[in-house]
Write a protein that binds this ligand. Structure first.
Ligand code: NCD
Length: 451
């Protein structure tokens, strides 16, 4: 079986074929939740939750128990040695040593699960890392769409609410793009998809943002400009009817609402006067007639109670389906089921940055919050001009200068000479002063061509 020591840190860790194979297993588990206790006896999962959780932790623990395994829980990390200053890396080394066979981790810093996976002797599952990703919620959401709509390819999905800080949205939007779904963003003003997410969608998944006419979404879109993300394939334009005012949003298959992630807001965020709300009134819009209403929960005011009895609302069913899908995830990572699918359809390789150099500027990235153990990582998004993202938090690395670790010369990121640097030899600098301080020389002055 190829599953041993695979981690689930990002939704990108799974190929589309693997995701579908997980759905098949989840559907089997769902037919008899009590019938699979012979799959994981003697195996233990450890829940390390540095942030609050209801559904994710309990559904993972329920899934492990239903598979016949056992569960260790550190749900209040203040009661652990974290409060004595123990690093995440050390905690993970200890827990994966002999205590547990799989670790389910939730943490406030973006990239925490990636870091944990580097120190763990057992598979690590990302149960939410800051505002970055929440891949198992996305598997649950996609599984729901697959059951409710029969497919994901080409369906029309509206994403509403706080798209900036919702980690569920980020993993979801990457996966929807890869599946070739049509995505319409109707964000709370000021809480649009972050630039680094849009950039990844563009550069890695060939998706282009286009402004759309969302009048058919009625009251929902009144406060917001709709942005349509178009995977660059002709069939994607089926979402639109050209009503003379540009591309117009047509019939919607699913409306995914999110709460304001107030715990992540900063002073720079726009104060919210009135947050978007879904009630039967908004759902009366023509385009939403057949849309299922989804929410990762917990909800606040953004879905009004009058929607609970509406047959289009599936958010409680969505949460219930978290158990069979997490049974499939655990059984796969523990090597107890095989996925009948090839692993990857694209190159998601990460390269380590040289020791002592951390080009990531995101203050809530684990590479900034846990500096003791971190060796910076990056993923190359484009070769010309060179563009890279942090391998932990996925934020763009803003680096006008790129050095080569073998020649120790630095080059403008958009120069022909920078293009010749091997990815595993690259080092990123925000300024000339930074490059000089790291003892790199400007290539022009020495006439170098990279290496
Ligand atoms: C989400 C989370 O924690 O990101 N909750 C969940 O896991 N179902 C969504 C949220 O907290 O808003």
């Amino acid at each position: 079986m190829n599953s041993v020591h695979r981690h689930l840190v990002s939704i990108d860790d799974l190929s589309l074929a693997e995701i579908k194979s997980l759905f098949e297993h989840a559907r089997t588990f769902a037919t008899d939740l009590r019938g699979f206790a012979a799959l994981c006896p003697g195996l233990i999962s450890a829940s390390l939750f540095y942030e609050p959780s209801t559904r994710t932790r309990l559904s993972f623990e329920s899934a492990m128990l239903r598979l016949g395994g056992g569960v260790l829980t550190a749900a209040d990390m203040r009661a652990t040695s974290a409060s004595k200053g123990e690093s995440l890396a050390d905690t993970v080394r200890v827990v994966s040593g002999s205590y547990a066979d799989v670790i389910v981790l939730r943490h406030a810093s973006e990239g925490a699960a990636r870091l944990a996976s580097q120190y763990s002797a057992v598979p690590v599952v990302n149960a939410g890392d800051g505002s970055h990703e929440h891949p198992t919620q996305t598997l649950c959401d996609l599984y729901n769409l697959w059951i409710e709509r029969g497919r994901i390819e080409g369906i029309n999905v509206v994403l509403a609410g706080d798209l900036r800080y919702s980690r569920t949205i980020h993993s979801f939007v990457y996966a929807l793009a890869r599946f070739g779904a049509n995505i319409v963003c109707v964000p709370q003003p000021g809480f649009e998809l972050p630039a680094y997410v849009v950039q990844r969608l563009r550069e890695e998944f060939a998706v282009e943002p286009v402004r759309a006419d969302a009048t058919r979404l009625g009251d929902l879109a009144q406060s917001s400009d709709a942005v349509y993300l178009t995977p660059q394939k002709p069939h994607q334009l089926s979402l639109f009817t050209d009503g003379g005012k540009g591309l117009a949003v047509g019939r919607v298959d699913a409306l995914y609402m999110t709460r304001p992630q107030t715990e992540r807001f900063t002073d720079q965020d726009v104060p919210i006067q009135k947050y978007q709300q879904l009630s039967r009134r908004e759902m009366a819009a023509d385009a939403l007639r057949d849309a299922v209403v989804m929410h990762p929960l917990p909800r606040r005011e953004e879905i009004q109670p009058d929607m609970d009895e509406d047959p289009r609302s599936i958010y409680f069913k969505q949460a219930a389906r978290g158990v069979p899908i997490r049974m499939a995830i655990l059984a796969f990572l523990l090597g107890r089921i095989a996925l009948d699918a090839p692993p990857h359809e694209f190159d998601a390789r990460l390269f380590p940055a040289p020791v002592g150099v951390n080009p990531c500027r995101n203050p809530t990235c684990i590479s900034r919050t846990e500096t003791r153990h971190v060796r910076a990582l990056y993923r190359l998004a484009a070769r010309f001009p060179i563009r890279a993202h942090c391998g932990y938090c996925s934020h763009e690395i803003v680096a006008p200068l790129v050095g080569c670790t073998t020649t120790r010369h630095f080059h403008p990121h958009d120069s022909a000479s920078a293009r010749r640097i091997r990815p595993d030899h690259m080092v990123f600098f925000a300024s000339e002063a930074e490059a000089l301080a790291a003892q790199y020389e400007p290539a022009a002055r020495v006439g170098a061509t990279g290496g």
